[in-house]
Design a protein around this ligand. Sequence first.
Ligand SMILES: *Cc1c(COP(=O)(O)O)cnc(C)c1O
Length: 365
Amino acid sequence: MLRGLTARIDLKAAMGNLERIARAAGGRPVIAVVKADAYGHGAVELSRAFIQGGAHTLAVAFVSEARELRESGITAPILVLFDRSEIPAFFDLGLTPVIHDMKTAREFSEEAARRGRDLPVHVKIDTGMGRMGLERPADVSDLIKLPGIECVALMSHLSDADLADPLCSIRQVEKLNSAAADLFPKSITLHMANSAAVFSCPEAHMDAVRPGIALYGTSPFDDANDKHPGTSELEPVMSVSAKVLTVRRVQKGNTISYGRTFTAERDTLAAVLAMGYADGYNRALSGQAHVLLRGQRARIAGRVCMDLTVADVTDIEGVSEGDEAVLLGRQGTEKITSHELAKMAGTIPYEILTSLGARARRVFN
Ligand SMILES: *Cc1c(COP(=O)(O)O)cnc(C)c1O
């Protein structure tokens, strides 16, 4: 169902980010992470752009996401990071699973035997994320001996590459390297670098990098500790706007929205916008965040509602019904970033992008 928001998706910016990431990773292959509908940007369109831009492989979380890509004609390699609910689909759709436990590995092995065909897989080693992956080398060793399973890569995931201290990441890198040396004395493809490690931890670049958020033009680092060369060149891919439904005068002393948290301290001009928390505009932005109208900042007045939000446009000349209010992105010389919204909403840019992108009408250019 389409609601009030319009998301403009700049595919050229996405391809530019891919290029910047590949450069930062010393030209290594890029596994483009397009899970969660490409972080709210549209998985099919973004996948096509990344493949065209030279990405080596796509990565999704679930089989259903991979199926959508295959059904839209995308033939590139697809890595499924977490899901193992439909084992036959991996064979039918030509998907590569990430295997993180013995039970699943056996199921893949049995299906491979039934079909008389080996399945290439990546095996995940838990080096410190504590979420998924095998921890004991003996388990990995048993797993890779199973018939029908061809382990073509070992991978791991970093828990805090976005923090200022790179030592934690280095410890994780060493764990993966030593597991690889024990299990595959000849050599095996290794990957573990998320966006943060692409820009901050060359030791983690290994044989391929696996970025998500940076592809979409958002730095993985907090503004406060972002001194990494390269992240400032990332270009946001998505901008989001909402239509002004009506502009009304609110008399001095009157209040706006639920809970009457905004009282007009002067005669106020209020623009009612077709956006709310049902569109992914976080309610914690109430009374704090800005939108851009006529190239200027207007503050949200009172609480964000389900479908509507009001902005105080008293100081902005000429706002009228039908205008586009930008809640994320640029208008004129002003901009609102996902970092700005995330900070106010007490969350991270990832959640801002996936929430706002999911329910907007998307326009690609
Ligand atoms: C989401 C994800 C990534 C990408 O992380 P970013 O921080 O968005 O770069 C990489 N690897 C795995 C396993 C992931 O789940």
